[in-house]
Design a protein around this ligand. Structure first.
Ligand code: NAD
Length: 501
């Protein structure tokens, strides 16, 4: 009998009543293991009402008290690490180690907001005019919502709600319908940590739930992480409905390998960066641009046996380095891109199509794939594939390699591998990319810095977590105050010369 995952509203699990459900798979076996309720507009509105009712009390709670809930939540995350990792891997398919890694990255955001009293300290200017002082303070936006993707069911929600809650907002999370169990566990842990009911709500669902969040006037801000096509829609619809929106989207991250780079180091870096989590990371490296034939030949020669040797298996196999991809459709899409690259004239050096694992013949596995001699007009280069596929593009010069990074539609991450400081500095300064690495393949910022891309990888003005997150989830209020004892010559009502404010 399969389990059904419902919603978490006003501090408790609430049975879904929409009558609509989605299948949740074990991607290793291809079997449906659970059903997730797909919330109706009415159910979303119930969650919004719970969040609105909880807002006055929570926003008035002193930041230091809100931080105490986060301290406790952090402890509970650590105590429940194994349980959370199991929940992630069972529905996503990534290895247990990878799942623990993602919880650890989310936990860092919780640790960051344990310092929220300090982060919310305002600005003060004494005597901006005679007897007049000015204060800048940041206040919560109100009811906020988050819409999250399948690939990090713990970390991405934790990029959002810990910051939003610590800033004094209440929150409605609409997680991915592919792996909805972990966010439900996180919500329960927060209640155990002392969060008042209604402050964090989780509504499972699809477009109907998302559209309700996008249009309901009570929701003040929307954070989205997912694909570019949906992100663009979320940004445009949310903004048209008067909301503050940040939409973090798709990617095609390049790793430039200069002739002077340590090729062994670059190969080590590329194996983890391209194939970890089966390439289903928005910061995965999917293009290696080798400058000069010598660097390209050496890179491909050393990379091929590593890709061929990747140990693929279900998450229950502790020796597995890479699990399946999320759905059958995703497997088919990835394999289609490999075929298109081949048809376009690229050389498939290691081919991950059509693999079958004994005992897991129906699993959504794609083997590690290395494609050489990819050019910029090919679909395998242009589009986000979101699978274990690394394309190698051969550039003649550094300028040509940098041009590829600059001209690409996406701008999430990019890295340069070189021993030369001048080249590294030029790359860092010139590329139109949000997160740049120097001899670091996945330059994911730590929690107290901010995460976000440029170009089609982010719509909106704010990156996520770090101080950008605090700014996104707060509104600035500037107070100019004069007290009666400061008024010397009567009130001034205009802006004319001689006015003292
Ligand atoms: P997705 O866009 O399909 O789904 C994301 C969310 O949007 C889900 O909650 C989903 O239910 C909802 N959604 C889907 N279709 C919708 C529609 N028509 N209307 C309204 N809502 C809809 O993304 P995914 O496949 O779950 O995740 C993979 C994508 O996320 C990749 O493109 C990846 O690059 C991106 N991603 C980006 C970042 C980043 O920080 N830039 C991080 C992680 C993932």
């Amino acid at each position: 009998m399969s389990t059904t995952i419902h919603h978490f509203i006003d501090g408790q699990i609430v049975e879904g009543k929409s009558g609509r459900t989605g299948d949740v798979f074990d991607p290793s076996t291809g079997e449906v293991t659970k059903q997730v309720m797909l919330g109706s507009a009415d159910e979303v509105r119930t969650a919004i009402a719970a969040a609105a009712a909880a807002l006055p009390g929570w926003s008035a709670t002193p930041p230091a008290k809100r931080a105490q809930v986060m301290f406790k939540f952090r402890d509970l995350l650590m105590q429940n690490l194994d349980k959370l990792a199991e929940a992630i891997s069972a529905e996503h398919g990534k290895t247990i180690e990878d799942a623990k890694g993602e919880v650890a990255r989310g936990l860092e955001v919780v640790e960051f907001v344990c310092g929220i009293p300090h982060l919310l300290k305002g600005e003060y200017s004494d005597s901006v005019a005679g007897g007049v002082d000015s204060v800048g303070m940041r206040q919560p936006v109100g009811v906020c919502a988050g819409i999250t993707p399948f690939n990090f069911p713990a970390m991405v929600p934790m990029w959002m709600f810990p910051v939003a809650l610590a800033c004094g907002n209440t929150f409605i999370l609409k997680p991915s319908e592919r792996d909805p169990s972990t966010p439900m566990l996180l919500a329960q842990l927060l209640i155990e940590a002392g969060l008042p009911k209604g402050v964090l709500n989780v509504v499972n669902g699809d477009k109907e739930a998302v559209d309700t969040l996008l249009t309901d006037p009570t929701v003040g801000a929307i954070s989205f992480v997912g694909s570019t096509a949906i992100g663009r829609y979320i940004y445009e619809t949310g903004c048209a409905n008067g909301k503050r929106v940040q939409a973090l989207c798709g990617a095609k991250n390049h790793m430039v390998i200069m002739p002077d780079a340590d090729i062994d180091q670059a190969v080590d870096a590329a194996v983890g960066a391209a194939f970890g989590s089966a390439g289903e990371r928005c910061m995965a490296v999917s293009v290696a641009v080798a400058v000069g034939d010598e660097a390209a030949n050496s890179f491909v020669e050393k990379m091929a046996p590593r890709v061929r040797g990747l140990k693929i298996g279900p998450y229950t196999d502790s020796a597995a380095e890479m699990g399946p991809v999320i759905t059958k459709e995703s497997k088919e899409k990835i394999e289609r891109y490999i075929s298109e690259g081949e048809a376009d004239g690229a050389e498939v050096v290691v081919d991950g199509r059509g693999i079958s694992l004994q005992g897991y013949e129906n699993g959504f596995f794609v083997g590690g794939t290395l494609i050489d001699k990819v050019t910029k007009d090919m679909s395998v280069y242009k589009d986000e594939i979101f699978g274990p596929v690394l394309s190698v593009v051969r550039a003649k010069t550094y300028e040509e390699a940098k041009g590829l990074v600059i001209d690409h539609e996406y701008g999430n991450g990019a890295a340069v591998f070189t021993r030369d400081g001048d080249t590294a500095r030029d790359f860092v300064r010139d590329v139109n990319i949000g997160m740049v690495g120097v001899n670091v393949p996945i330059p994911v910022p730590v929690a107290y810095h901010s995460f976000g891309g440029w170009k089609a990888s982010l719509f909106g003005d704010h990156s996520i977590h770090g101080m950008e997150g605090v700014r996104f989830y707060t509104k600035l209020k500037t107070v100019t105050a004069r007290w009666p004892s400061g008024v010397k010559e009567g009130a001034v009502f205009n802006f004319s010369a001689g006015s003292d404010v």
